[in-house]
Design a protein around this ligand. Sequence first.
Ligand code: SF4
Length: 339
Amino acid sequence: MEQKVSPRYVQTSLAASLTLGFQSGSFHRNAKLKGLNLLLHYEEGCSGKCQFCGLSRSRKESPKGKTFIRVDWPLYSLETIVERSKSKDQIHRVCISMITHPRALEDTLYVIQKFKEETSLFISVLITPTLIRDERSLEAMRGAGADRVGIAIDAATPELFDQLRGAGVGGPHRWSHYWDVVRMAAHVFGRYFVGIHLIVGLGETEEAMVRTIQRGQDMGAHTHLFSFFPERGSPMEKNPLPPLDQYRRIQLARWIINEGLGSADHMKFDENGKLTDFGISVDPLIESGEAFMTSGCPGRDGKVACNRPYGNERPSGPIRNFPFGLEPEDIEEIKRQFG
Ligand code: SF4
């Protein structure tokens, strides 16, 4: 029997599965998915040991390498996904997430080529730096048709990175190599054609997070923020979500830095590393609401395509990353959340 593994099969996010009509349902407040998120899939799973990741759960639950399909990342044939995405005008971009597996690089190139040949979608890759040794792999991705890459640094400090996904947990990833790959990617794809992912709430101070966002900015990478969510079955399933006021301050600081409106050096922090002064007047920024929308790779219209509806919280709310423009009531709620 044919094994359902990449590159012939890939997992889709639940949002992508609904949008492509594999499952029925709609999103709370009618959010529209514009970026198709795909994930490579192998029987052995990912060899990373990141403590906050739901995929480490799959390793825990299928030690013998049996196929395990997370309910929220269903598996479909690449052929069918490509076919269905052709008739979906609302989709602007596809993002292929590598996992840490020896075949991931080669299979990613195959999937990029397939979308490039058969669709007009923009193509991003969420790369695994641990599998990237030099610029040649990145050049191959660009040559195959990808125009952007994302790098999930996730933890904002070298200590947390090591403790949650590096040597501290016997994991393969290394902080300094991740940043070397950010530098290489900015060279191959161009400044700001690279995005880094950072997760708020892994134990970092606000100051550490803001300084890491600034580091990315200085190297030519915008930050895409995530709020820590305790994935069931993951080693961090019992950890709390970061407080909303903390998340809102970091969203605002990220917006200021990535939009070039200010910098970490002009912001002030108290003795616990809490952000106390953004260095510019933030009232108009809060009123516009844009800082609180999901940030990610853009689509045909130049606006964020990777809006990951409810990828970060339960639809029952409160919404942390807004996948759509905010209503006046949302702004009022956010002002209250700032405290
Ligand atoms: S922002 Fe979205 S589309 Fe871009 S690399 Fe990250 S997950 Fe992929």
